[in-house]
Design a protein around this ligand. Structure first.
Ligand code: NI
Length: 133
């Protein structure tokens, strides 16, 4: 599994994006509305590091609850997996509790993602890495 991005909760996505750009980050694509997660999502990159801004647009969003707890803050590291199902099983057998079923992520080309919670580490995300076409 390779690190794909760091997920960053923000209250106001455009203001956050401008602040990151002020530090030299570049946008990757446009802000995408993820209806499944009730959040707007924008990727930025700097020095080979990719970050994902996640900003809930509805109080029912899981991200809205997290934002209350964490404020504007990084809250997950996402790992890309070439063997999605096998890595999911492996994590579940090593103390990671899966949070729901894998869902297609519209901000990442519809690839499947799933979140896990680990008692000693917090939250991670697993992203399906599709073979090169
Ligand atoms: Ni993420």
């Amino acid at each position: 599994m390779k690190i794909h991005h760091i997920g960053y909760l923000v209250k106001k996505i455009e203001r956050a994006a401008l602040a990151f750009e002020g530090l030299g980050y570049l946008r990757i694509g446009e802000t995408v509305r993820d209806e499944g997660r009730g959040a707007d999502i924008l990727f930025l990159e700097k020095d080979g590091y990719r970050i994902e801004l996640i900003s809930p647009y509805t109080p029912g969003s899981v991200a809205a609850g997290l934002l209350k707890t964490y404020k504007n803050a990084p809250y997950h590291i996402c790992y890309a997996s070439r063997d999605f199902c096998a890595d999911m099983d492996r994590l579940e057998q090593s103390g990671y509790v899966r949070m729901g079923e894998p869902q297609a992520a519209p901000a990442i080309g519809g690839r499947r993602v799933v979140f896990f919670m680990h008692a000693a580490m917090g939250m991670i995300e697993l992203l399906e890495e599709l073979p090169p076409t």
